[in-house]
Design a protein around this ligand. Structure first.
Ligand code: MN
Length: 381
């Protein structure tokens, strides 16, 4: 077992796996903009697309390699020499070479056998290395592969000169314990770094990425907002913040840049972000419930795992049926209006009253009337 490396490198595949999400297609300008933002945010590697697709896809990859980014730029390939040529023509620094390792995929998808897989592996890795590329070998569907064959495959990749092995939970079927075991078996014998590619089919992509890091993976695949095939991938913002605050591990990513990248990608995918989405959802730092809001007003740490400013967001106390008196006073204070405890009490009663206004005792002001009346004091004061 190698000594544990503290820093985890982030491979962003928003432009490849992310774009494979149903209904998502980026223009070349959008891809270039996303690549620049990811680079500025400190991502270590950008999987820019699939050069073998040719046309606009190859053009976009070429535009990104031409930027001269600090991040390594990778093209995704089948383990086929023509694909590697297409990547080289786009000027990439690195190639990801994907080969299936589960029987399901080797036989039913490709109609091939394990020997064919190992042959393709040796041939394509050797070819890419001779062309001066950094080579990441992707073990596709590794989570459903026979462990002994996965190990043979990984060793063969290393012997052939690969620079890294990518463990893919292609259909997102492992839990963090399963990922930990499977990745540990690889990091125990390999000398090259291991990367993990995790999918969110059961909502465990981020947990699985963190489990892989615990098992010695030093590279993690992510996409902005977790977009990607089916239920998506591990999200950049979740993995970076989870590593920092849950595992106490650092990456090169600047957390304060996360909100901006997320917003841009949400905009160009034309798909709504759920308010409760971790780190970047609009509710991620909003507090309504009385006890929580009161705790946060006294000390944000009581109900926040980290300060919102650290990810470019801000905290808000919002009023609703779960609000308590302190929240009401606080919200008015922020508007520059001082209200009394009694006024706060009647506001809370109104917030909790779910009867239509007409059904309330005569003389009860509506919530809006009361808010208006209190807000009016600001100009008086
Ligand atoms: Mn994938």
């Amino acid at each position: 077992m190698r000594p544990r490396e503290d820093r985890v490198s982030i491979i962003d595949t928003t432009l490849r796996d992310g774009e494979q999400a149903a209904g998502v297609a980026f223009s070349r300008e959008e891809k270039v903009r996303i690549a620049r933002m990811l680079d500025a945010a400190g991502v270590d590697e950008i999987e820019a697309g699939i050069p073998a697709m040719g046309g606009d896809e190859a053009e976009a990859v070429r535009s990104i390699t031409a930027l001269g980014l600090r991040a390594r730029v990778t093209g995704w390939n089948r383990a086929v020499l023509a694909d590697i040529d297409a990547s080289v023509a786009c000027g990439v620094d690195a190639v990801a070479l994907a080969l299936p390792v589960s029987e399901r995929q080797i036989e039913s998808k490709l109609g091939k056998c394990r020997e064919w897989v190992l042959r393709q592996l040796r041939e394509s890795v050797g070819y890419a290395k001779r062309r001066g590329l950094y080579v990441s070998v992707g073990a596709e569907d590794a989570s459903r592969a026979e462990p002994a064959f996965l190990l043979d495959f990984a060793r063969a990749a290393e012997e052939a000169g690969a620079d890294r092995l990518r463990f893919c939970d292609t259909v997102g079927v492992l839990d963090p314990f399963g990922v930990f075991e499977a990745v540990s078996r690889l990091t125990a014998v390999l000398h090259i770094p291991v990367a993990a590619h995790t999918h969110d089919d059961f909502g465990m992509a981020t947990a699985n990425a963190l489990a892989a890091a615990r098992a010695g993976a030093t590279f993690l695949d992510v996409t902005v907002n977790g977009i990607g095939e089916r239920a998506g991938n591990a999200a950049l913002e979740e993995v970076v913040m989870g590593l920092r605050h849950v595992l106490r591990r650092e990456t090169g990513v600047l957390p304060e840049k996360l909100a901006g990248v997320s917003r841009f990608v949400t905009g160009v995918t034309h798909q709504a972000m759920p308010p409760w989405k971790a780190i970047v959802g609009s509710n991620a730092f909003r507090h309504e419930a009385g006890i929580h809001a009161d705790g946060v007003i006294k000390n944000p740490e009581s109900y926040e795992p980290f300060p919102p400013e650290s990810v470019g967001a801000s905290r808000r106390i919002v009023l609703g049926k779960h609000s308590g008196r302190n929240s009401v006073i606080h919200v008015f204070q922020e508007m520059g209006v001082a209200i009394t405890m009694d006024e706060a009490k009647s506001l809370v009663a109104l917030l909790r009253d779910d009867r239509p206004h007409g059904d309330r005792p005569t003389g009860t002001p509506s919530l809006l009337e009361m808010l208006d009346c209190l807000r009016h004091r600001k100009s008086v004061a």
